[in-house]
Design a binder for this molecule. Structure first.
Ligand code: GLV
Length: 389
């Protein structure tokens, strides 16, 4: 009989991928060395050489996170999967959890926790602000949660959350501290062990400059005890930390088949972590800071207003600012994309429609790129339509 669905004509054309400078909040451009690693021929996901590469990834994550936690691995999935893995392993239905919400990521963690049947409480601040220790303490005292979620690098608002003292505070209230560092890892200092963070996760597509799809995560001993003493099984097979710990050689049993890992994604992540290890964390933190300060100065010289007022609270990887009255955000974004082949981004979640965001992450964090995007913005401010109010 005849085929119901004919062969699509577009699939008989070559793959079309334009060259772009990705200065949005991620993904960032992938350097040739990482592209080459991801393009290598496959090996089996259970071959001993693959286990060796996974062990190297684990060492790279321990370095990037500054942790000695044995339960450290990469989730096969983007940052959202790591967020989900953290919550669904650490939280059981009915437990009280507290979400720090000052942008998109606290909202997402709230959504996931509700799906798990947790009793979700929120500590809310407007986007652009961060949480002070005493505000967190008050909320811990009021709600007595078993877990507190907070975002280190709020990519939707451009805020860097100070973390010192939070872990110790949470532990005084018998609460685990869960930190999202997807947008900040490698771009701003974080010390998982010294800062007493119980669960930390990140992504591959920001400062690490690998494609999205493999997400570093680590659990403290305190978190490990909680997740391995659950009453109910975690409500996901793919993200079950018992299975994943075994697959990543984090327990004392022989490694068993769990899922088929994204092998090329692991090659790329390994290479992203290798570049960070060669460069050194302190150097990486320093050059992200310098380039973001340089960008902020340039934006102010163009007469643009930075969204985060306090300099120390600005995320070095993603800078947020406000356009003068009368400009249409989407028109400016489209102009810069169409004429200059540069991606910049609008806000997200609670900051949508209010701000613009420029990401400078890893390989993309250079003075040269700052000059390029400032030039494009200046051009946009001259040429985009200004509505008469
Ligand atoms: C994604 O990470 C974003 O901030 O848009």
């Amino acid at each position: 009989s005849q085929l119901l669905v004919p062969s699509p004509a577009v699939l008989q054309q070559p793959l079309a991928v334009p060259d772009r400078l990705l200065l949005g909040p991620g993904p960032s451009n992938v350097p040739p060395r990482i592209l080459a690693a991801g393009g290598r021929q496959l090996i089996g996901h259970l071959h001993k050489e693959m286990f060796q590469i996974m062990d190297e990834i684990k060492l790279g994550i321990q370095y990037a996170f500054q942790t000695q936690n044995p339960l450290t691995l990469a989730i096969s999935g983007p940052g959202h999967c790591a967020m989900e893995a953290a919550l669904l392993n650490a939280v059981e239905a009915g437990e009280v959890v507290l979400m720090g919400v000052n942008g998109m990521w606290g909202e997402r963690a709230t959504d996931i926790s509700k799906r798990l049947g947790a009793d979700v409480r929120q500590l809310v601040k407007p986007p652009g602000e961060y949480f002070a220790l005493q505000e967190v303490e008050q909320a811990l005292d009021q709600h007595k949660p078993s877990l507190f979620f907070i975002t280190h690098g709020e990519s939707s608002s451009g805020v860097l959350q100070p973390l010192d003292g939070l872990g110790e505070l949470c532990h005084r209230y018998e609460c685990l501290l869960l930190v999202d560092s997807v947008a900040s890892l490698g771009g701003a200092p974080i010390f998982m062990d010294h800062q007493d963070i119980d669960i930390l996760y990140s992504g591959s597509q920001k400062v690490l400059n690998a494609p999205p799809g493999c997400s570093p995560i680590s659990f403290s001993e305190r978190a490990r005890k909680k997740i391995f003493n659950r009453k109910m099984m975690p409500p996901s097979f793919s993200l079950d930390m018992g299975w994943l710990a075994n697959y990543w050689g984090c327990d004392d049993k022989p490694r068993a088949y769990h899922h088929t890992a994204p092998i090329n994604g692991f090659f790329s992540l390994r290479e992203g972590l290798a570049i960070l290890a060669e460069q050194g964390l302190e150097n990486s933190w320093k050059h992200h800071k310098e380039n973001s300060v340089y960008l902020c100065e340039g934006l102010q010289q163009l007469g643009l207003q930075l969204f985060v007022k306090e300099q120390e609270a600005r995320l070095p990887t993603i800078t947020t600012f406000v356009l003068p009255e009368g400009y249409d955000l989407q028109e400016v974004i489209a102009f810069i994309m169409n004429k200059h082949a540069i991606e910049i981004s609008g806000g997200l979640g609670p900051s949508a429609g209010k701000i613009l965001r420029i990401g400078l992450m890893g390989y993309n964090s250079t003075k040269f790129n700052v000059d390029r995007v400032l030039h494009a913005l200046k051009d946009a401010l001259q040429h985009c339509h200004k509505n008469k109010l």
